[in-house]
Design a protein around this ligand. Structure first.
Ligand code: HEC
Ligand code: HEC
Length: 265
């Protein structure tokens, strides 16, 4: 009995080697299996960048930056066509008729509006009317762009308006090319952009309302004054230093300064 017990516990050298190897090997195998498992889980979580949906999502994510990078602040503004303005801005309401907007290509909706005439429609589109926001809500649109979009929409519903051509681009001194000034609307523009110099006469600026200072300037005529305000003259910076100032606003401010300085438009 004692003999058989001794036999059971007594291992041969081979058995010892095998058990030592197995003891080393088993944890190794376990580690390898765990690593493989983790890798396979990570693999499943890797985003799939090849599918169309994934690519679209990426594009949407980077779009704001991509668009920003493409905009050169110094590039002259190229005015959009009526169709482009419509597709960028007006379609939001005018395609489906949101808020009661006259629907695109719907003659019934547009007929009575068209009969008001092109100028009235442009005025309403620029200034806004009831639920229709000024410039369709995009303050960056120029008058020309809005007028073109109005023609585009009205013509699609049977009108025969002629989209305005591009305002003669940078023909600076061309007298008569100045937009019409509305001095009543110029006060706010003046206060925001011009008063810094013209209120007190900084750098020799003719003072607002000072008829002696404005007299000789006013006699140059509105178109010339506008052109000087647009392009700058001596210490007077182009557009009063605000390159983003729309020309219509600038014209109104010039008209305001001019009439307050004793001139007539
Ligand atoms: C937020 C919605 C909205 C957007 C965006 C919009 N409109 Fe309108 N528009 C309206 C609504 C609503 C009316 C109807 C207003 C009314 O007569 O009560 C309207 C009416 C008009 C009219 C007819 C005005 C009249 O006198 O009968 C014109 C012209 C017009 N829009 C032009 C435009 C142009 C151009 C754009 C794009 C630059 C634009 N709209 C973008 C909502 C919109
Ligand atoms: C940084 C100061 C400054 C700002 C801001 C400024 N001006 Fe002037 N402006 C001047 C000066 C200086 C002159 C006189 C230039 C000269 O004749 O030498 C002047 C002259 C003018 C003249 C007369 C030009 C002529 O031919 O006699 C007009 C018109 C004018 N400014 C319009 C404006 C308008 C409109 C704005 C705002 C949009 C504006 N200015 C903003 C400094 C300024």
């Amino acid at each position: 009995m004692a003999d058989s017990h001794a036999k059971m516990t007594q291992a041969t050298p081979q058995e010892i080697i095998i058990s030592v190897l197995a003891g080393l090997f088993a944890p190794l195998v376990a580690i390898v299996l765990i690593v493989l498992l983790v890798l396979s889980i990570q693999d499943k979580h890797q985003p799939d960048t090849t599918s169309e949906a994934a690519q679209k999502a990426t594009l949407d994510r980077i779009k704001p930056f991509a668009t920003l990078a493409a905009v050169d602040a110094n590039a002259p503004k190229v005015e959009k066509s009526g169709k482009e303005v419509f597709e960028a801005v007006c379609t939001t309401c005018h395609t489906a008729g949101a808020l009661g907007a006259p629907k695109f290509e719907n003659k019934g909706d547009w007929g009575p509006r068209i009969s008001q005439g092109y100028d009235t429609l442009i005025k309403h589109a620029i200034e806004g009317i009831r639920q229709m926001p000024p410039r369709g809500g995009d303050a960056d649109l120029s008058d020309t762009e809005v007028a073109r979009a109005v023609a585009y929409m009205a013509n699609a519903a049977g009108a025969k308006f002629k989209e305005p051509e591009a305002a003669a681009p940078a023909a600076p001194a061309a007298a008569g090319a100045a937009p019409k000034a509305d001095p009543a609307k110029g006060k706010a523009v003046y206060e925001a952009n011009c008063a810094a110099c013209h209120a007190t006469g900084v750098a020799g600026a003719p003072k607002m309302g000072d008829k002696a200072a404005w007299g000789p300037r006013v006699s140059q005529g509105y178109a010339t004054l506008y052109s000087h305000a647009l392009n700058g003259i001596r210490a007077m910076p182009a557009k009063g230093g605000n390159a983003a100032l729309p020309e219509a606003d600038l014209a109104n401010a010039v008209g305001y300064l001019m009439t307050e300085g004793g001139g007539k438009l």
